[in-house]
Ligand binder design. Structure first.
Ligand SMILES: Cc1cc2nc3c(=O)[nH]c(=O)nc-3n(C[C@H](O)[C@H](O)[C@H](O)COP(=O)(O)O)c2cc1C
Length: 395
């Protein structure tokens, strides 16, 4: 039976677990997804967020295990995206008098565009709403991940309903960080940041500042809209957001991502990786034929050295590399300290590696070695020289 999960007295997780989701708008979700909604039983019964429309039955079954869903008085919509708002019309149908709150003006505008005018009410940063013994405080967090995003703080229970911030795509049968392998949860939190929140680094950093402002003892639980709730590792996830994800600090690490048709660019990739290892720099080598672009971007997040390689195919780079370049540009990882190493093989005109170079330059990379283009198949002397160039660069 699908039941609600109590996360504090009178506060329940009533979301849905999408065990089989393997792609979320192009992001690979090997561990599945959850759509988290939270129910607060107070004088005014309040629901925070809903779930994707296809999980209507699961959402309603979990709510029904504690209360008749038509008794929901207030629905707080922290984010317009349909994985959270998909069942807003469902709740409205069940109780036409429900008050539906979203950020002003973007949340109200966005919900109206998605579901027509259901009488949405706008709230702004610092606005509060008494629902009984609890008072909810709203803080707008624009662009974490859309312009409408906001978080809701419940000071009575010390819960921050953070929506996309601090989320992870991680389906599990338990609802808390400490009930799961922390390494796996942190890895998914990092991948989530790298693929969803990264373009809005400053806004995410501001959201963390707003959380810090609440004070060191203000939060028992961070309850995001995806993945598990942070209870035992609140400090760890705040620290990761502050000091790793949003800090812009780069580690002495290297990523080598590439494609190859006949093995020449692959040989170059291995020589580059060997060079980094010889210089004592940890490296990850990722052939994009067998590595998803969202995994490449997770690795990319705090790498100082980024080597990207492609042979030349019909005067272009290989399409899987072009896909990665487009995706990387969208995530706008501008960082003037990042070192780019474009490389690849060609037959008669090195346009594959050259177009990689111009894409890397376009996102602000420094290219100290220029474009490393090899005509046809690299021999051992070429590979030794390439390896040495990397050693010299990294040292
Ligand atoms: C379908 C095809 C199209 C190619 N088009 C070009 C091209 O437009 N310009 C060029 O310089 N080389 C071209 N080449 C040659 C490759 O770039 C060359 O074989 C290179 O060494 C392949 O590197 P790889 O072993 O890493 O795949 C082409 C090769 C193939 C198979």
């Amino acid at each position: 039976m699908l039941s609600a999960v109590r996360i504090k007295p009178d506060v329940y997780w009533v979301g849905a677990v999408d065990w089989n989701a393997r792609s979320f708008h192009g992001y690979s979700t090997e561990d599945g997804i959850t759509y988290n909604a939270y129910l607060i039983l107070d004088e005014k019964v309040t629901l925070i967020d809903t779930a994707k429309i296809t999980f209507k039955d699961e959402l309603l079954a979990r709510i029904s295990s504690v209360i008749d869903p038509s008794k929901i008085d207030i629905l707080v919509c922290n984010h317009v995206e349909m994985d959270h708002s998909g069942n807003v019309p469902t709740i409205k149908e069940l109780n036409p008098n429900v008050r539906i709150l979203a950020s002003a003006p973007q949340g109200v505008k966005g919900l109206t565009a998605h579901y027509h005018d259901l009488g949405f009410e706008g709230v702004k940063t610092g606005d509060t709403l008494e629902i009984g013994k609890r008072t909810l405080t709203f803080v707008q967090t624009p662009m974490v991940h859309w312009p409408d995003n906001m978080v809701t703080y419940d000071a009575y229970d010390k819960i921050l309903f953070s929506n996309d911030a601090f989320g992870q795509h991680f389906a599990s049968s338990t609802r808390f960080d400490d009930e799961n392998d922390l390494g796996e949860v942190m890895k998914q939190a990092r991948k989530y940041y790298a693929n969803i929140v990264q373009p809005y680094r400053m806004q995410a950093a501001n959201a963390v500042k707003a959380v810090r402002k609440l004070g060191p003892d203000a939060i028992d639980i961070i309850a995001p809209a995806h993945g598990v709730c942070w209870r035992s590792h609140v400090a760890d996830i705040l620290d990761a957001y502050e000091n790793v994800y949003t800090s812009g600090k780069l580690e002495e690490k290297a990523l080598v991502a590439y494609d190859s048709m006949w093995g020449s660019t692959d040989k170059m990739a291995h020589a580059i990786a060997d060079g980094f290892l010889a210089a004592g720099v940890p490296v990850r080598l990722m052939d994009v034929k067998c590595t998803h672009i969202s995994d490449v971007m997770e690795e990319f997040l705090d790498c100082k050295y980024v080597a990207m390689g492609s042979p030349t195919l019909n005067s272009q780079m290989m399409p899987p590399m072009a896909e990665l370049m487009t995706y990387m540009k969208g995530l706008s990882p501008k960082n003037e300290c990042r070192v780019g190493i474009p490389f690849g093989s060609y037959g008669w005109a090195p346009l594959g590696p050259k177009s990689i170079a111009s894409e890397l330059e376009g996102v602000g990379f420094d290219l100290p070695l220029g474009t490393l283009a090899c005509n046809w198949i690299p021999d051992q002397a070429y590979l030794d020289d390439l390896r040495q160039k990397i050693v010299d660069l990294a040292k």
